[in-house]
Design a protein. Sequence first.
Length: 164
Amino acid sequence: MPLVRLNPNINKVARVAKQENLLRDFDSFFNELSAPFYNRVVNVENSDFPIDLYETEDEVILEMAAAGLKAEDLEIGVEARQLTIRGKIIEEDVKEDKERHYWLKNIARTEFSRSLTLPENVDFEKIEASIEDGILRIEMPKVPEAKVRKIEIKAKAAKKSKKN
């Protein structure tokens, strides 16, 4: 059987990763305990509302999966380049139905919030949002200075050198 040298650094990396996970779990646990039960906010980084953020020549576009949400369930705001999307999924019929005995309950019927920092080249006064077929679409036009401007390259005839 061959001898294999033990790398002591591998164990240190694993211990640090476990400690970070443990600290994250404690933070999550205490945040849940400190929030009132009726007013909990879902951590959307791991939720059912993923987003795509991309840009075209004229605008920056955010698309968010928002299945089951209507325009009146959502609130969008911008403050100091911080775009925040808030929403709530609360079905009154489900709360009052005492006849239901769940086997599995995975639909988060609560409030959620998602924030991200926008680039400086967005014209905040002209942002528009719409929701269609379960997709929230936020269109953010770029300021004119930030748009790509193509510069024409002019070809000049080469000068002939004079021979003496």
